[in-house]
Design a protein around this ligand. Structure first.
Ligand SMILES: [Fe+2]
Ligand SMILES: [Fe+2]
Length: 332
């Protein structure tokens, strides 16, 4: 999987309303951005641009990194060696994607080792969806189908519009691999749906809780956002709602085609996709169940995101604990 949309999103640290303006007092930099040129080095950036670029990269790196343990826990339930190998190949890709983001952060003056191994679990900035455990092979498949498709949209947008040259080029490899991940989700989901019976029921149950979680992934609706610095700086090109619509336009027709029910439909009056439930609404993370009869406020959602979900600490521990144990053992 992956992400990238950093502001007002489900990473737990989104900003409700951005009042900041593009505080650049550097006409040469403004000109560069306006012309659509790529920025290649820190010497060309304003401090505000550097800060926003780092924020976006941390969200991307953290999301890629955390998807590895999230997927690994479910990959162990793979139904065959071949299926397990595919899942491991995807996990390997995700770690490489994380490396690209953290490596660029290091070039921008951050300490990669500290970022990965010394941060508190709650300070990792990834979508809330990964904090809800993926427990079965079916759920891993739906993660490929929905989460990797979300990553494909978010990173595809950045890949196309990104003003920072090194990241734009790094995303060429990432996009090709995300495409493979979501194809794995599509192929398996189709097979499971066609199998019918209990297999199909299990697929539908996973879709029922994972679909609304991915709709949330794209963050606050545009009507609640006053301003996006990331759009100003061309660190993304589409708004939260535009990205959400893009995702819906890819996922809803495919699910309908393979006979999986999703709570959304295409509007009869325009090209938009509409949700068949109140957005946002209440989610029970322990039971992994949405209550479509209980709409909530975005403040409630932000509270849930910031509190992080059930698997946050466990997943961060999978890569931090062994690192520190090894360091301790070899300190003397
Ligand atoms: Fe992926
Ligand atoms: Fe990825």
């Amino acid at each position: 999987m992956s992400a990238g949309g950093a502001d007002s999103d489900s990473t737990g640290l989104g900003r409700l309303a951005e009042n900041g303006r593009m505080a650049s007092a550097n006409p040469a930099f403004d000109q560069l951005l306006k012309k659509g040129d790529l920025i290649e080095s820190v010497s060309e950036m304003t401090p505000e641009y550097l800060r926003e670029l780092k924020h976006t990269l941390v969200v991307s790196g953290d999301t890629e990194l955390i998807s590895a343990p999230a997927y690994y826990l479910a990959a162990q339930r793979a139904p065959s060696i071949n299926a397990f190998m595919t899942a491991i190949a995807i996990i390997q890709d995700e770690l490489a994607h994380a490396h690209i983001a953290y490596h660029i952060l290091e070039e921008l003056g951050e300490d990669q080792e500290k970022l990965i191994f010394s941060r508190d679990p709650k300070s990792f900035r990834y979508p809330y969806a990964f904090d809800v455990p993926l427990e079965t092979w079916t759920e891993l498949i739906v993660a490929n189908l929905f989460y990797d498709q979300a990553g494909f949209c978010l990173l595809g947008d950045i890949h196309e519009k990104c003003s920072y040259g090194p990241w734009k080029r790094g995303l060429v490899k990432v996009m090709a691999e995300e495409n493979f991940h979501l194809r794995n989700g599509r192929t398996w989901a189709k097979r499971m749906s066609q199998a019918g019976g209990a297999t199909r029921d299990e697929l539908q149950r996973a879709v029922d809780w994972m679909f609304p979680l991915t709709v949330e992934w794209f963050g606050l609706p545009d009507s609640m956002k006053m301003h996006s610095t990331q759009l100003d700086y061309r660190l993304k090109g589409l708004t939260n709602d535009q990205l959400r619509q893009w995702w819906l336009s890819l996922v809803v027709p495919y699910c309908e085609q393979i006979g999986v029910k999703v709570p959304a439909h295409k509007s009869e009056t325009n090209e938009h996709y509409e949700l068949d439930y109140p957005f946002p609404c209440t989610f029970d993370s322990q039971a992994r169940r949405w209550d479509f009869k209980d709409p909530c406020s975005w403040d409630d959602v932000l509270l849930r995101w910031r509190g992080r979900g059930p698997r946050n600490q466990e997943m961060v521990a999978t890569f931090q604990e062994e690192f520190h144990r090894f360091r301790k053992q070899h300190a003397s």
